[in-house]
Design a binder for this molecule. Structure first.
Ligand code: TTP
Ligand code: MG
Length: 411
């Protein structure tokens, strides 16, 4: 009995596989047009396009220094003989779905983390395939056979280490970080390879002599706390190879909204504004919980005579930050209140959702660092004490607990 039990727990050790397609958009273009194979392909804009940035570049183009997010003009200087393409989102989406389908034949626990990457909990599949290496080989071969696309796969005991390992094994690679070897694997890597450690934080760490992830793991926790505050703990945890192994499943929401009908029609826009702010805060909280960002904000107003109007605005880029959506909501309210009619229902929603690229970040630092950190602490408090535990000054006058007539309209 004891033997059986030991064997059972051993076989159910959590192992997480991360897969990321190599130069995804450019590789799809090379599959669509095989004459582009082996050539420097840059997706983001055609040769004659002056503005815009590089979405991605094939590994042949990367040799010239071209990379994602680089202005096209600069890429053209570095790689004038490159093949520049505008790209076709529809094709990339179709290939992404095909890859997801293949991955689901390996394990039902698949989390698509972006259009070209996924985490799989393969703990229950290893026996079936024979070994971890065979799981990886099966995935690489099936994808190659069915799509002709190259990818890199990594396996470890958590999402963070597998993500770092697959980035390191690119292109067309496979890395297996054995149980207990996570910290040792990360140790020699430069600090910037830790998800979320961007240029500013790296500079700060370098200044105190921390160059590698190993340096960070070894550094005095007390001294690090003095420099980085509460963030020091998560930094060191990540550097030691400790991370989540929870693969989030579930149907992805296409939009997230909250609305409420008032017991009596309301004409007081100061009150309505507060209620809209409250609904917005709830929507944004759910959005972040889903690990998503949204591009479009929609305000719905049903007037006393039952006419319903929606006002929407699309942001220049996706966000999960309250303050960015707050600005847009203000503009929508200005439109909604133009009518002198009393209001029966208000609702706020976000759509055009994309996966949050910073999901694994310890913290981000491009401009919104402070906001993201504040938002993270708010979400953590709400996780513990419920949504109403912490509210903005604006909505606090609505009372301690706000009851919505339709508390959970959508995800
Ligand atoms: P990535 O997986 O980051 O990049 P990649 O697949 O092109 O290259 P590799 O993984 O081998 O390093 O992103 C996946 C796709 O997302 C990429 O092919 C194009 C798109 N993308 C952008 O449009 N803009 C960006 O800034 C980035 C990073 C990616
Ligand atoms: Mg990729």
């Amino acid at each position: 009995m004891l033997l059986l039990y030991t064997e059972y727990t051993f076989s159910m050790k959590t192992r997480i596989l991360h897969i990321d397609m190599d130069a995804f958009f450019a590789s799809v273009e090379q599959v669509k047009n095989p004459s582009l194979k082996g050539k420097p392909v840059i997706v983001g804009g055609a040769k004659e396009d002056r503005r815009g940035v590089v979405s991605t570049a094939s590994y042949e183009a990367r040799k010239f220094g071209v990379h994602s997010a680089m202005p096209l003009a600069q890429a053209k200087k570095l790689c004038p003989h490159g093949i520049y393409l505008r790209g076709s989102q529809g094709d990339y989406g179709r290939y992404s779905k095909l890859i997801q389908k293949i991955l689901l034949t390996v394990s039902p626990l698949v989390q698509m983390a972006s259009i070209d990457e996924a985490y799989l909990d393969i703990s229950g599949s290893i026996r079936l395939f024979g070994s971890e290496d065979q799981v990886a080989q099966y995935i690489k071969e099936s994808i190659a056979n069915e799509t002709q696309l190259p990818c890199t796969v990594a396996i470890s005991n958590c999402k963070l280490v597998s993500k770092v390992a697959s980035a390191n094994g690119k292109p067309d690679g496979y890395v297996n970080v054995k149980e207990g070897k996570e910290a040792a694997y990360l140790a020699p890597l430069l600090i910037r390879e830790l998800p979320g450690a961007g240029p500013k934080i790296c500079e700060k760490l370098n200044k105190i002599g921390i160059m590698t992830i190993g340096d960070l793991a070894q550094y005095s926790s007390e001294a690090l706390k003095r420099q980085f505050g509460a963030m020091a703990v998560s930094l060191q945890k990540a550097a030691s190879g400790i991370g989540s192994s929870k693969v989030s499943l579930g149907r992805e929401a296409k939009s997230i909204s909250r609305e409420t009908t008032f017991p009596e029609d309301v004409g007081d826009w100061t009150y309505l504004e507060k209620m809209i702010s409250y609904l917005r805060e709830r929507v944004m909280h759910s959005l972040r919980n889903e690990g998503m960002e949204a591009k479009t904000v929609v305000l719905k107003v049903r007037y006393g005579d039952f006419t319903t109007k929606t006002f929407s605005k699309t942001l220049p880029g996706p966000t999960s930050l309250d303050k960015e959506v707050e600005e847009v909501t203000k503009d929508l309210i200005t439109k909604g209140r133009k009518s002198s009619k009393k209001v029966r229902l208000v609702g706020i929603g976000v759509s055009q959702l994309v996966h949050n690229q910073h999901q694994l970040s310890i913290f981000d630092e491009v401009g919104n660092e402070k906001w993201e950190r504040a938002t993270q602490s708010i979400d953590q408090l709400r996780e513990k004490f419920g949504f109403d535990a912490i509210r903005s000054a604006k909505t606090s006058t609505l009372g301690k607990r706000v009851k919505l007539s339709t508390p959970s309209l959508s995800k």
